[in-house]
Design a protein around this ligand. Structure first.
Ligand code: HEM
Length: 468
């Protein structure tokens, strides 16, 4: 590592960035329901950031919020088969994710995971890095055309991440489909992604009014996915550089993949659900990670300069970017810290199938178990200066955080299957953008995270990206 970076790393810079208020009194259930719809990140009071186990009741159901690493290990790892995704999450996610990996359970999940995991394994990163960098270079040139005028960053990063997802999945430029895809996703986010009261109260199998709209949405979504897949099939295979696998993208890998135990592949309907799952689970999460990393860098110029210096000496071209990733230590530390303070998946919810004991608490069947990366990552017992943005905690040589405390990608067998891809993408995009542009916030920077499907900024934010 060059010595000028060492000196920068020796002078840690830190800052407490804005966050939603912490309620000072207990809320009634109707109030809690309203907060849940406005901004779930305002739900938890001070004890949530101090205590390890918080039992409670909501809508007549036993609930438990877990901040205890051993208890979390038990739920996500030791006895994970007793804890499944709950019905409201299924209602909300099924229209886009269908029977794909995210919502599958039991043997169907095991089969899908065995087939998909190798397509996203570390050895595939050189193929994916090529796509990541090709798309990023295109967006960098679009930014240059702005001539330094302020730009709203979130839509730009969403389009960038969607293009990367489309290119990595299908080797297709998403220009022909991107607008339709985003239109549908906005319709989904505004109309159906929020959990209604009846979604929470009605048992599985009962149709809520929102479910009817969701079913219509699913028909439109599947039709669009069929169009994308047909366009991909009509496209002649591109040349593959010598020495690389013959698969040009994730779709090739998924279509060719077979379960190592049963030899079974995916039929068209399941392949389409897997594609939807990977695009959906992958692009918005990575876009918000990049947003918060860019936001923190605009507020903390010293870290920004360290990243620009680190990236400037490296070959970040499509052919060589994958080899540069391990050398981007500061860039990666900023991504890790952004994922700590702004975890895109801010709440993991499970429902107990049968009775159990977690962290010495008796838990009845049907209990809702919440594990919140948002709360865990800002918990007083687990972190030094929990609300301070300090990437130095993640630099090489520092003790790694407990995997049951720092979990932006979840933990246990259902840990995010796209983790390597997401980290590679976020690191390369941030390094390339900051190497070329200096980020600032001309209108000031009071942006507060808001829990939607992912952790979003609470308002549109314009950044100035000046050429270095
Ligand atoms: C920064 C970006 C990302 C974050 C923060 C993230 C976070 C997560 C988390 C927390 C889970 C576990 C959820 C739970 O246990 O309830 C998960 C699962 C999953 N993620 Fe990601 N993810 C990201 C990117 C991606 C990407 C790029 C892909 C695909 C290309 C992806 C695909 C999936 C899938 C399919 C699952 C379900 C895995 C299973 O149940 O076996 N994610 N993700």
């Amino acid at each position: 590592m060059p010595c000028h970076l060492d000196t920068m790393f020796d002078r840690p810079q830190s800052a407490v960035l804005p966050r939603p208020p912490i309620p000072t009194r207990l809320r009634s259930q109707p109030e809690a329901f309203l907060v849940l719809r406005r901004n779930p990140l305002e739900l938890w009071g001070a004890p949530a950031y101090r205590e390890l186990v918080l039992p409670g009741r909501f809508l007549g159901r036993q609930q438990i919020l877990l901040n205890d690493p051993a208890g979390i290990r038990h739920v996500l790892l030791g006895n994970h088969e007793n804890y499944v995704r709950n019905e409201p999450a299924r209602r909300v996610l099924r229209p886009v994710l269908g029977e794909g990996l995210f919502l599958a359970e039991g043997e169907a999940w095991r089969h899908q995971r065995r087939v998909i995991a190798p397509a996203l394994a570390p050895r595939v990163m050189p193929i994916l890095s090529r796509h990541i960098v090709t798309v990023t270079a295109r967006v960098e040139d679009e930014i240059a055309a702005l001539g330094g005028r302020p730009v709203e960053l979130m839509p730009l990063l969403q389009r960038l991440a969607l293009d990367i997802a489309g290119q990595s999945m299908f080797s297709l430029e998403m220009a022909a489909f991107g607008a339709d895809l985003r239109r549908l996703l906005i319709r989904y986010a505004q109309g159906y992604a929020k959990v209604g009261l009846l979604d929470m109260m009605l048992p599985a199998g009962w149709t809520t009014p929102l479910d009817r709209g969701r079913a219509a949405f699913r028909r439109d979504w599947l039709a669009l996915m069929d169009r994308v897949i047909a366009a991909r099939d009509a496209q002649a295979p591109a040349g593959v550089p010598e020495g690389e696998t013959a698969s040009r993208d994730l779709f090739d890998l998924l279509r060719a993949a077979r379960d190592p135990e049963t030899g079974q592949g995916f039929d068209h309907a399941l392949l389409r659900d897997e594609v939807s799952t990977l695009i959906l689970a992958g692009h918005e999460t990575t876009a918000v990670t990049l947003f918060w990393a860019c936001y923190a860098m605009a507020r903390l110029p010293e870290h920004q300069e360290a990243i620009a210096a680190e990236a400037s000496g490296l070959d970040l071209s499509p052919e060589h970017a994958a080899q540069a990733v391990p050398k981007l230590a500061m860039t990666r530390a900023v991504i890790d810290e952004a994922l700590r303070l702004y975890p895109p998946a801010y709440l993991l919810v499970r429902e107990a199938v049968g009775p159990d004991v977690i962290a010495r608490e008796a838990v009845a069947a049907g209990t809702i178990v919440s594990i919140s990366p948002w709360v865990l990552h800002r918990h007083e017992a687990h972190w030094d200066r929990p609300n301070t943005f300090d990437p130095h905690r993640f630099l090489p040589g520092r003790p790694a955080p407990d995997r049951m405390v720092y979990m932006p990608f979840g933990a246990g067998p259902r840990i995010c299957v796209g983790m390597q891809f997401a980290l590679t993408e976020a690191t390369l995009v941030l390094a390339r953008l900051l190497r070329r542009y200096r980020f600032s916030l001309p209108g000031g920077g009071e942006v507060v995270p808001r829990g939607m499907v992912t952790t979003q900024p609470d308002r549109p934010v314009r950044f100035r990206l000046a050429v270095r």
